[in-house]
Ligand binder design. Structure first.
Ligand code: AMP
Length: 416
C-alpha cells in the first residue's frame, strides 16, 4: 500500500472539485484504500491490476479517474460517430446496469457533458442502439451484446482509450475467452488497461500479464480488514433444507440470500422451503430479464425477504446492508465463495456468510479454505447435531472413507 491510503482526501488524489463535491453529496467522506491507491496511478495513465475485498469501493476507484480524464479531454469535442472512448466489461447484465448507474451518479452534475451507456443482453437492442448514436464516453457492457452491436455497426471500438475488466478473473475465465478475444482484437493496441476484482487466482494473473503494459499491481485483499463474519455448519446428509428453514425462522433476518449451484436447484429449494412455511423468490439465468430485474429490485427494497440464486448473483451486486448470505450448495470455485459471501458486509457494514456442509462437502470446503487462506471452526446447529460426528473428519488427515450409497462423485453440470 502506498502512503496515499493514510490520510488521503479525494482532492489530494487529484480529483477535480466537481467530482469531489458530488462525492460529498453521496456521503463518501474519504477514499477507501483501493481508491487512494489506484486513482493517482490511473490518472497518470498507468495500466493497473487492483485487488481488494468485495464491497470496498472498486467501482469508484476506476470510474472517478475515467470521468476526470473525459472532462480533461473535453468530451463534447471528441464524441462522434458511433465511437466509444472508455469501455468497461462486466460478466452479468445486472452488474452492467449497476456499474453504469454508479458512473451516472458520480457524474450527475456533468450529465450534459458526459454520456454513459449500459449495454447488455436479455432486453430489446433498439433503445441501446439509439443511445449509442453520436458516440459515447463510457460504455458498460456484457461481452455478448457488445459484439452483437459491433456486428450491426451500432458501435465502433477502434477509438477506445481505456479498457476496464471488472470482475477481471471472471472475465478472463474460460466461459468468456472466445468473446473477450474477439473484443480485444477490435481494440487499439495503444490503450490503458485496468483489471479489478476481489480474487485473482494465479492462472488468471498469468493470463492478465499479456494484456497489460508495465502494470501497477495493488493487492489489498485482507481477512482482517473485512467486517464479514464467516461460519460453517456441519449438517447431516439430507437435512440441509431443514437446517436452512430453522436458521431463517430462528434469526428472522431482514433479508437472506441463498446460493445454490443450478437453476432447477433454485426452484426445488423454493418449493421445499414453501412447504416449511417460508416464501422465497428465485433468481437465475432461465428467467426473462424483466423477471430478473424485478426480483432483484424487490429483494433490494426488502419486499422479498428470501432469495435463492445461482452464481449470476455472486459477482459485484451491491445490496445495501444485506445481513446474511448462505451457501446451501458450495460453489465449485474457491474464488466464487469469496464473491458470494461478499454480497454481505459491504462498504464496512457488518455481514455474515454461512455455509452448510454435509459429508460430501467436507473435503471441498477444506480446499475453499486453503485457497482463500482462512480456517473456520465447524459448528453444529442445536437440534440438528451431526450423527457419528462426521465433522471430526475435518481434523483428521484425509483418508478414503466408505460413502453412503448413492453419494459417489458425480460431475455436476454447470447450470446457472
Ligand atoms: P463497490 O465495491 O464499488 O461495489 O462499492 C461498494 C459500496 O461502497 C457501494 O455501495 C458504494 O456506494 C460504497 N462506496 C464506495 N466508495 C465509498 C467511499 N469512499 N465512501 C463511502 N462509501 C463508498
Amino acid at each position: 500500500m502506498t502512503d496515499n491510503s493514510q490520510q488521503a482526501t479525494f482532492t489530494s488524489l487529484g480529483l477535480v472539485s466537481t467530482l469531489v463535491e458530488r462525492l460529498q453529496e453521496l456521503e463518501y467522506s474519504q477514499p477507501t484504500p483501493i481508491q487512494s491507491d489506484a486513482i493517482p496511478h490511473i490518472l497518470e495513465g498507468r495500466d493497473l491490476v487492483g485487488g481488494a475485498n468485495t464491497g470496498s469501493g472498486k467501482t469508484a476507484a476506476f470510474a472517478l479517474p475515467l470521468l476526470q480524464k473525459i472532462l480533461e479531454q473535453d468530451a463534447m469535442q471528441t464524441r462522434r460517430g458511433n465511437f466509444v472512448s472508455h469501455l468497461v466489461l462486466v460478466p452479468t447484465r445486472e452488474l452492467a446496469s449497476q456499474v453504469a448507474y454508479s458512473i451516472k451518479s458520480y457524474s450527475y452534475h456533468l450529465r450534459d457533458k458526459l454520456k454513459t451507456v449500459a449495454v447488455f443482453g436479455g432486453v430489446s437492442v433498439n433503445p441501446q442502439m439509439l443511445a449509442l448514436r453520436g458516440g459515447s464516453d463510457i460504455i458498460v457492457a456484457t461481452p455478448g451484446r457488445l459484439l452483437d452491436l459491433v456486428s450491426s455497426n451500432a458501435i465502433k471500438l477502434d477509438q477506445v482509450k481505456t479498457l476496464v475488466l471488472d470482475e477481471a478473473d471472471r472475465m478472463l475465465s474460460l466461459g468468456f475467452t472466445e468473446e473477450l478475444n474477439k473484443i480485444l482484437a477490435l481494440l487499439p493496441a495503444n490503450k490503458q488497461t485496468l483489471l479489478f476484482s476481489a480474487t485473482f487466482p494465479e492462472k488468471v494473473t498469468n493470463l492478465a500479464q499479456n494484456l497489460l503494459k508495465d502494470p501497477v499491481d495493488i493487492q489489498l485483499q485482507s481477512a482482517d480488514a473485512s467486517t464479514l463474519v464467516q461460519r460453517v455448519f456441519s449438517v447431516n446428509k439430507g437435512q440441509k433444507t431443514a437446517v436452512l428453514a430453522h436458521l431463517i425462522k430462528q434469526h428472522q433476518w431482514r433479508q437472506t440470500l441463498i446460493f445454490v449451484n443450478a437453476k432447477n436447484g433454485c426452484n426445488h429449494l423454493a418449493q421445499k422451503l414453501s412447504k416449511r412455511g417460508i416464501t422465497a423468490a428465485v433468481f437465475h439465468g432461465d428467467q426473462g430479464q424483466g423477471a430478473r430485474t424485478r426480483v432483484l429490485e424487490e429483494f433490494k427494497s426488502g419486499e422479498i425477504q428470501v432469495l435463492i440464486a445461482t452464481d449470476i448473483a455472486a459477482r459485484g451486486l451491491d445490496i445495501e446492508k444485506l445481513p446474511v448470505v448462505i451457501n446451501f450448495d458450495l460453489p465449485r470455485s474457491p474464488a466464487d465463495y469469496m464473491h458470494r459471501i461478499g454480497r454481505s458486509g459491504r462498504a464496512g457494514e457488518v455481514g455474515l456468510g454461512i455455509s452448510l456442509i454435509d459429508y460430501d462437502d467436507y473435503h471441498h470446503f477444506k480446499v475453499i479454505e486453503k485457497k482463500n487462506k482462512f480456517k473456520l471452526e465447524r459448528e453444529q446447529v442445536e437440534g440438528f447435531e451431526v450423527e457419528d460426528d462426521q465433522s471430526e473428519a475435518y481434523f483428521l488427515p484425509m483418508k478414503p472413507r466408505a460413502k453412503p450409497a448413492g453419494t459417489g462423485k458425480k460431475k455436476k453440470k454447470r447450470n446457472q
